[in-house]
Design a protein around this ligand. Structure first.
Ligand SMILES: [Zn+2]
Ligand SMILES: [Zn+2]
Ligand SMILES: [Zn+2]
Ligand SMILES: [Zn+2]
Ligand SMILES: [Zn+2]
Ligand SMILES: [Zn+2]
Ligand SMILES: [Zn+2]
Length: 1761
């Protein structure tokens, strides 16, 4: 053996066939006897162990293959069952296992828990209305019979693991049971112990068997010796047989492992791939079997090879018996899992056994041992025992609780094991937390008894040890290992989320205590975050290195929901809230300790007010964005207000200890930082800071960051003198000096460079004040409900523009349950607009809501704000309203925040307002900005609204303390000594430079007036109904509005009148100049490429339009003028002129294939002359219809090629087209092209001077000509035998060389397209000498026409006149090209093609390899023979024959052949309904022909008695042929179509026949030439091929061929997901496929994007999809990636794109990636659109456009999908 010599080791003796050695035992073994022997033994365990010790190594130690290979596996499985498991079953049941288990199951009360364990990719359903949390899911079977099917549900695909929660009453708020799992008697099930239902002796036996087997399994799975076994299991005979076991890790890549294995164990790549796949799946795999030394060798090579960059792969050399027992241990665990499925009693016994404390006390139960050793086990072992835990402990409500306690007790240890382990969490025992902690009652029990909340948080904090001197987390110094750990430790936050997800319905003292313990721990965590990652403004130089910021934000993001949840918990209990508030406050003061130390105290004074603070500048000192402690306090403070705890228990609250100055300090700094960043002051601090600011405002973080900072300012401002608050704000914004200086205008004179910066800062500060006073939609701050907040968010999103559901969802914050509340309010604020075939459904704001629009909505970014402003102003103009956007009416504040409004009327703000208005008196010049003014006007408006509202709600003027309107009437205080705010406003109203603000100022002044009137009225009449006071304003506005509307209406009417007048004038003009018009229309037609598209009506009405034969009408006399798109020069199309070409794309196609199993022919030897009627592969040509000079195109293409070469040198960028394959983009429309079609002149009109010979005469003359040609060819080939010279017909000159009718440039282009068709059609390299060249050109003409005919037919469009210009042009030039392409090939080649083609119709003994008529597509035959005939005709110099006669005869002959073909394939499958009444002539003749066919073929044809059905079948079967033939001759001879064929009305058949010069009773063709045709028909039928096909020896195609469609897709997307989840990879036995992908053409499911299914195509490994396209779609493919819900288009190996799937949710949106999980349903319009793309051969073009639009698509390795 090769191995032995090379490695010097020894393979284990494989001559001892273990199966053979076993078989004797196998035959004699009786499980029943074994069981009774064990039962009698004194010590059951000793006995069982002895049995296992003997048999396990013999059965499961199967040598080198280790039980792989299906036969060996089966034998092993069988032996295991019979010799190891069956005795256990006998012992357990005391009878025949099958019977015993059935009885058990029968007596078992069905469990209300479904517990179905999910496979990877299986669909899971969660109810968004009823699920306790998003982790509660149902399996598909349960879901379909549950109430939630009619609720709002979410669908996802399972990642594997986890189980169906059906039947768990805690998981569902309503409807916990599906129909299947509804318990019959709910009262009983809870109390009764299922064990008591089992016979007592069985209970006893089960205890002992379960403990023996479970202990055995646990011992072995946790066993760490490589060479020894536990006591009692040592094998009786021990050989030197070892395994070299390779273990999985998550460090090494597939490639590394494969490469190493090939080296180490000398295996093929394929074996190595299989090893690697198994290691990845099961966690370990033996890669070598043999003696110890042999295995050690392999081990050392593997270790050596993988230790270079990282820690080496784990390899162990293990004795074969150890491995065998470990294998059996896994089987035993699975067995236990199966057995307990039969009985809840047994399940409970197993639970008891598993959780029973062992002799070592605490944590010594078998389950504990498994858990604690989890991280040491290999993946396969973990999977199996996790599965068992799920099937047993987690299914038994009583034991789930005990298990939960053990799990919580071991929590810290399990987590630290996991954090060190390198396996993903799904393979870790810690992943079970989702099963345990999400049960709310369990979670609370664990909190109370095991202090779970604190444990989790402490464990988390302990893992992050790296801190700065202040004890804060410091992530920037993390090593890779610490970063890894940080990644892992985040899952603990997930656990915490499970625990907190539902607030308790009631609190016990214990729970309060433990929650507050947890809260303390949480505050510790937050304190470590407070002030993290501080930044200092960089001046001078740019920062050198971007500081780390992501870790801190990751943490913040993960904690966001936790913080919110903790607040929700606090909200449900007053005592907890008060305690938590106190704790949080004291934590904050600890953080603040030392805050103002060393700061220099200063005193500020402005507008007569004075405040003490200290000097601090954000722009110069450290500042941090992370302030979680402050923000939690802000949240709790709002809760105090919301729950009214603040007003009911003020004595219990430490409100007095609050120092508002300190509360606002840090949040204010943070907000100022943002303002300064906006103002561009922090540019040198790099992207890190920009990103942080972005996330600070982002929807994922803002709830617990930005929003809370604003709240904290509101808290502070509500407790302070508003003037003091504003002065501090001004000072922190570093703007105080501007507003406090005596001469404000000094600012102008300074003209310092920071003016723009300062302007932005002022704007930001004004905006902040607007937010502090105006943002009241948080319950507790304002008097609103939670849903009001959501509604307001939506309103402001939709004020920007209409949005899709998913966009709105993204813009709203989600709660811990992943809900936004959107669906509950959306319909009240928005209207839904359904999507069309593209795009998505959109929500539009209901018009009545736009009055709530607030331009300074706090969640708008600057960009949002300006877009919204523009949209709203536009809307108002459209409604003919004024364009002022005044502030909306805000909701009232809660009492605790009531004093906030005073900010609006405080002196400092008035001073600021006055100052800005004062500046605005003069045009800006950079000294002030419109935004600034706009904000001031907004603030003024807010104040006036407030005053108005207070007036309305008060009983009299006296108690309205808000007197803004009178304050602004006063002249300004120092330092602004100028006029009053009101006076300033009045003077600004008509300032020309403030035109945009005019409407707003007018609005303000009106408000002032109204308030004044109201006040006057109240003071005069005492109490008043203020609604009246709004009256005048309202009516004034109404009047205004009405006036504008009237004006708009007038304008509209005027416009309409003018339009009408104009069109009237045009009509007159046309009538008067009719002739002129017609002429210019005709010119137009001639000069554009649409020339023949709509033929003049005079021709159409002509009675007998004929397109073929000597009577045909030609359009040849018309000149063709075309314009080159590149040089814009006009050119006439002439054969001898400059060549003009049409950009075209040619590709292979299987769209029409009726036989996808036919392999692709060998390109070198394939004979394409005879197209099989299954049309399995063809060549399709399309064009965008753009015309160029050939020379212009060549220059363009050269430039493209050169550019591509330069690009490749630079190695940058990609192109969507492949220049090397001749691809380019049309220079005008960028349509993907790969060749050009030359434009050729029309066929000349028929020569009426020559007579039209009869069919007989023509046939005989042609036969003579053929005979002459054959003989001439024979003479040319060497060694030909001499034969009698055939008679040469008169005027036929074999040696004649016809003159080439084309100029060299036209010939060259003919050649170019010929080569493209040849190259693409056969997939070969160009070869001009190949005789097959002309055939491929004819072929693409025929195939393209067939495919277009099918489309027209299926879309019920008329045959003529409905094609788009580009297709019309393409077909016309393609046909004329094909008729000319023989000129570029050798005459002899074309002659021999014609000879062979004719032989199909007129059998000729001198021609070989002629297919029978059943194997011939008649349209291809027609096209080929008509086009090749010209070459024969060219030799006929007699002047007595015309090509047209020949065409007509060929058409007639082939039509008859097709009739025969259809009748031969006729089937009586259809329900036969004999027609009553007279048989028509057609029917009689059809029957006659059929009967004569039966004479030839006998019983191979079914018996038919009436001609009615036959004729119907013939008529339907031949129609496509006639239609394509009509298209063909129409384009060939440029003959105008008859009027009937321009529509789809009645008379189509007759029109078609007459157009083709055929009798409408086609049978007359046969009848009239019977004597001539009968012998031919006889010979057709007698071809042995016919009999063979009819007897099933070939592909039988029936006519009409049914059009191909894409496969049917299910209406409900989850059906597809379900299908895909049970799909396994066809190559790696039974593995789940990671990316199941459905071929939409043939319905084949593929294992895409995976190593296992790569195939070699043309010497390159490609993925399953690409490989499939080569067999199914000739290189083009359409797929549905099921897990991603994405359509994939691929073309060739390098091109592809994704396309929206035809599945939509109820909001009219697709869900690519299945991220949202809304139920998806098939949209058949969209699916038909994809189908049409495919049938029109448009896939490659779509890919081209997609790649052109999105360059990243070009870089994707499509071939690996
Ligand atoms: Zn279920
Ligand atoms: Zn169920
Ligand atoms: Zn529901
Ligand atoms: Zn040109
Ligand atoms: Zn184009
Ligand atoms: Zn696969
Ligand atoms: Zn397919």
């Amino acid at each position: 053996m090769f191995f032995q010599q090379k490695e010097g080791g020894k393979m284990a003796d494989s001559d001892r066939d273990p199966a053979f050695a076993l078989s004797a035992d196998f035959m004699n073994f009786s499980p029943r006897d074994a069981a009774s022997r064990w039962l009698a033994a004194p010590d059951l365990q000793v006995e069982v162990y002895r049995h296992l010790a003997t048999y396990v190594p013999r059965i499961l130690c199967q040598g080198p293959h280790g039980g792989s290979g299906s036969r060996e596996e089966q034998r092993e499985e069988l032996a295991c069952q019979l010799m190891l498991l069956a005795p256990l079953e006998w012992l357990l049941l005391g009878e025949e296992p099958a019977a015993g288990l059935a009885l058990l199951q029968e007596n078992n009360l069905s469990s209300p828990l479904c517990g179905h364990v999910f496979k990877v990719g299986e669909p899971t359903y969660s109810c968004r209305e009823c699920a306790a949390d998003p982790t509660c899911v149902l399996c598909m079977q349960c879901f379909l019979v549950s109430v939630h099917r009619h609720h709002r549900y979410r669908m996802t695909t399972s990642g594997g693991g986890g189980f169906c929660d059906c039947g768990d009453t805690e998981a569902w708020k309503t409807g916990p049971y599906c129909q299947k799992h509804t318990p019959a008697d709910r009262s009983r099930e809870a109390e009764e112990d299922p064990v008591s239902l089992l016979p007592p002796d069985m209970v006893a036996r089960s205890y002992s068997i379960f403990s023996i087997i479970l202990k055995y399994a646990v011992d072995l799975l946790t066993w760490d010796q490589e060479d020894q076994l536990p006591a009692g299991l040592e094998p009786p005979e021990r050989g030197d047989t070892y395994y070299c076991m390779l273990f999985n890790d998550e460090v090494h890549t597939y490639e590394q492992v494969i490469y190493t294995l090939q080296k180490a164990v000398n295996c093929s790549q394929k074996e190595a791939v299989s090893f690697a796949t198994t290691v990845d799946r099961d966690g370990r795999k033996s890669v070598r079997f043999g003696d110890r030394q042999f295995c050690e060798q392999a081990k050392s090579i593997i270790v050596r090879n993988t230790s270079r960059q990282s820690k080496p792969l784990r390899v162990q050399v293990m004795h074969s018996s150890v491995v065998a027992h470990q294998c059996f241990a896994l089987k035993a665990l699975s067995w236990l899992g199966q057995i307990i499925q039969y009985s809840d009693g047994l399940k409970r016994i197993l639970c008891q056994v598993g959780l029973q404390k062992g002799p070592e006390g605490e944590n010594s139960s078998l389950v504990d041992r498994l858990m604690l050793n989890d991280s040491k086990m290999w993946k396969g072992a973990r999977n199996i025992y996790h599965q068992l835990l799920m099937n047993s402990l987690l299914m038994d409500l009583k034991f789930k609780k005990i298990f939960a306690i053990q799990f919580a007790k071991n929590y810290e240890r399990l987590q630290s094991d996991y954090i060190r382990d390198d396996h993903d969490r799904e393979f870790s025992i810690t992943d079970l937390s989702v099963q345990v902690f999400t049960v709310p009652s369990l979670a609370r029990m664990l909190m109370v008894e095991e202090n779970l909340m604190m444990t989790i948080i402490r464990t988390f904090v302990d893992q992050l040890r790296h801190r700065d001197p202040q004890g804060r987390f410091q992530f920037d110094r993390y090593t890779a290992q610490q970063a890894f750990k940080f990644g892992r430790v985040q899952s603990l936050i997930g656990d915490l989320k499970y625990v907190l997800i539902s607030p308790p319905p009631e609190w016990s003292d214990q729970l309060r205590l433990k929650f507050l313990d947890g809260f303390d721990a949480f505050l510790d965590l937050l304190r470590c975050m407070q002030g993290m990652d501080p930044v200092v403004r960089q001046v001078g130089q740019h920062i050198e290195m971007e500081p780390e910021w992501e870790a801190a934000f990751t943490l913040q993001m993960k904690l966001t929901h936790i913080i919110s949840m903790i607040q929700e918990w606090c909200c449900t209990d007053e005592r907890v809230l008060i305690e938590a508030y106190k704790k949080c406050l004291s934590a904050l003061s600890q953080c603040h300790a030392g805050l103002s130390d060393g700061e220099q105290p200063i005193s500020l004074s402005l507008a007569g007010h004075c405040v003490d603070t200290f000097r601090y500048q954000v722009s110069q000192e450290k500042v941090s964005i992370h302030l979680p402690v402050c923000r939690l306090l802000a949240g709790l403070h709002v809760l105090l207000s919301r729950t009214e705890v603040a007003s009911r228990f003020p004595e219990q609250l430490p409100l007095g200890e609050l120092s508002p100055h300190l509360l606002i300090e840090l949040p204010l700094r943070c907000l100022v930082l943002c303002a300064q960043v906006h103002a561009g002051m922090w540019r040198r601090n790099g992207f890190s800071l920009i990103n942080q600011i972005y996330y600070y405002h982002n929807v994922k973080c803002r709830v617990e960051m930005f929003d809370k900072d604003v709240v904290m300012l509101q808290v502070g401002a509500s407790m302070m003198d508003p003037n003091h608050f504003l002065m501090i704000v001004l000072s922190r914004f570093e703007l105080f000096h501007i507003f406090s200086s005596v001469d404000i205008r000094k600012r102008y004179r300074e003209a310092n460079k920071d003016l723009a910066q300062q302007n932005t800062l002022i704007e930001e500060m004004l905006h902040l004040i607007i937010m502090v006073v105006g943002e009241r939609y948080l319950p507790g701050v304002g008097q609103v409900e939670p849903l009001d907040e959501v509604r307001r968010e939506i309103l402001h999103q939709l004020s920007i523009r209409p949005m899709a559901h998913s966009e709105l969802v993204k813009a709203l914050p989600e709660n811990g349950n992943k809900e936004t509340g959107l669906e509950r309010v959306i319909d009240s604020v928005a209207l839904f607009k359904k999507p069309g075939v593209t795009g998505r459904g959109l929500y539009e704001l209901r018009p009545e809501w736009s009055k709530h629009f607030n331009l300074y909505f706090h969640h708008y970014s600057r960009a949002d704000q300006s877009k919204a402003e523009e949209a709203q102003r536009k809307l108002r103009r459209q409604n003919a309203e004024d364009t002022a956007l005044p502030p909306p009416l805000p909701p009232p504040l809660c009492p605790l925040f009531g004093s906030l409004v005073n900010l609006l009327q405080c002196d400092v703000l008035l001073a600021v307002e006055g100052a800005v208005l004062q500046w605005a008196v003069e045009p800006s010049g950079g000294g002030w900005t419109e935004s600034m003014l706009q904000r001031v006007l907004h603030l003024v408006g807010m104040a006036l609204l407030e005053e108005q509202q207070q007036l309305e709600n008060s009983s009299g003027d006296d108690d309205v303390s808000f007197r803004y309107s009178s304050k602004i009437a006063r002249p300004g205080d120092a330092p602004s000594t100028s006029g009053s705010v009101l006076a300033l406003l009045e003077s600004l109203q008509n300032a020309p430079h403030l035109e945009v603000h005019k409407d707003m100022i007018t609005w303000i002044l009106k408000m002032v007036g109204n308030i004044k009137t109201a006040r006057e009225r109240t003071s005069s009449s005492g109490s008043v109904n203020v609604n009246q006071s709004r009256g005048p304003e309202e009516t004034l506005r109404d009047k205004d509005k009405a006036e504008r509307k009237r004006k708009a209406e007038m304008a509209r009417l005027r416009r309409e009148k003018i339009m009408a007048q104009m069109s009237e004038m045009q009509k007159h003009f046309i009538n008067e100049n009719k002739e002129l018009f017609q002429q210019s229309m005709e010119d137009l037609e001639a000069s554009t490429s649409t020339a023949e598209h709509s033929p003049p009506s005079s021709e159409v009405t002509c009675a007998s339009q004929v397109c073929v034969g000597p009577r045909r009408m030609g359009g040849a006399e018309r000149r063709q003028l075309v314009t080159c798109i590149l040089c814009q020069e006009e050119q006439e199309v002439r054969g001898l002129g400059r060549a003009m070409v049409l950009a075209a794309f040619i590709q292979r196609s299987t769209v029409l294939s009726k036989n996808r199993s036919r392999g692709f022919p060998d390109p070198e030897h394939h004979d394409p002359l005879f197209m099989h009627p299954d049309l399995s592969v063809g060549t399709h040509t399309a064009s965008c219809g753009h015309i160029m000079h050939a020379a212009c195109w060549q220059r363009y293409f050269e430039a493209v090629t050169q550019k591509e070469q330069r690009r490749q040198q630079r190695l940058r960028g990609h192109t969507s087209y492949d220049v090397e394959n001749g691809e380019f983009l049309c220079p005008l429309c960028e349509c993907l092209s790969n060749t050009v079609i030359p434009l050729l002149p029309h066929t000349p009109s028929p020569d009426h001077s020559v007579e039209h010979p009869s069919l007989e005469a023509w046939l005989s003359r042609t036969s003579q000509q053929v005979a002459v040609l054959i003989s001439a060819h024979r003479k040319l080939s060497p060694g030909a035998a001499q034969e009698a010279e055939p008679v040469v017909p008169e005027g036929f000159r074999v040696d004649f060389v016809p003159q080439n009718p084309f100029s060299s440039s036209v010939s060259e282009m003919i050649n170019t397209f010929c080569m493209s068709a040849y190259k693409v059609g056969l997939k070969v390299n160009p070869n001009e000498q190949d005789p097959r060249v002309p055939v491929l050109s004819w072929s693409t003409c025929a195939y393209t026409m067939q495919s277009i005919e099918r489309l027209l037919m299926d879309e019920k469009k008329p045959l003529f006149g409905s094609l788009p210009c580009r297709q019309d042009d393409c077909l016309s030039s393609l046909t004329r090209f094909s008729s000319a392409c023989w000129t570029s090939a050798s005459l002899r080649t074309v002659h021999s093609h014609f000879i062979r083609l004719l032989a199909v119709l007129v059998p000729n003994s001198q021609v070989e390899d002629t297919p029978c008529i059943l194997n011939m597509d008649m349209f291809h035959l027609l096209v080929y023979s008509v086009l090749s005939y010209s070459s024969v005709h060219s030799l006929d110099q007699s002047g007595r024959s015309s090509v047209d006669s020949a065409h007509l005869h060929l058409l007639h002959l082939i039509t008859v052949a097709h009739l025969v073909q259809i009748l031969l394939t006729f089937t009586t499958d259809e329900v036969c309904m004999d027609q009553d009444g007279e048989e028509s002539e057609e029917e009689a003749l059809t029957l006659q022909l059929y009967l004569s066919l039966r004479e030839h073929l006998g019983s191979a044809l079914p018996e038919v008695s009436s001609g009615w059905q036959l004729w119907r079948c013939v008529k339907a079967g031949i129609l496509p042929f006639l239609r394509t033939a009509a298209l063909f001759f129409h384009y060939l001879n440029s003959s105008a179509p008859p009027a009937d064929l321009l529509g789809t009305g009645a008379g189509q058949w007759e029109a078609l026949c007459s157009y083709l010069s055929l009798p409408s009773n086609l049978l007359l063709l046969y009848q009239s030439q019977r004597t001539l045709l009968e012998p031919l028909i006889h010979r057709w039928c007698c071809d042995p091929g016919v009999g063979q096909v009819l007897q099933g020896g070939g592909v039988l195609v029936r006519f009409p061929r049914e059009s191909n469609r894409l496969i049917n897709l299910p209406e409900d997307y989850s059906v597809l997901i379900n299908q895909a989840s049970s799909f396994t990879c066809p190559r790696s036995g039974g593995d789940k496929s990671r990316a199941p992908t459905l071929c939409l053409v043939c319905g084949c499911m593929l294992c895409s994007q995976s190593y296992c299914c790569q195939t070699e195509v043309d010497g390159e490994d490609v993925g399953a999809c690409t490989a499939h396209t080569f067999t199914c779609g000739a290189g083009v493919g359409l797929f549905l990636r099921v897990r991603e819900s994405q359509v994939l288009f691929v073309a060739g190996k390098t091109k592809g794109c994704f396309y929206p799937p035809p599945y939509l949710d109820d909001y009219g949106e697709t869900d690519q990636g299945l991220k949202r999980g809304n139920p998806l349903h098939l949209c058949s319009e969209r699916y038909r659109k994809i189908e049409r793309l495919w049938r029109q051969h448009g896939i490659a073009e779509v890919i081209g456009h997609a790649q052109e639009a999105n360059q990243t698509l070009v870089a994707i390795d499509w071939q690996h999908l």
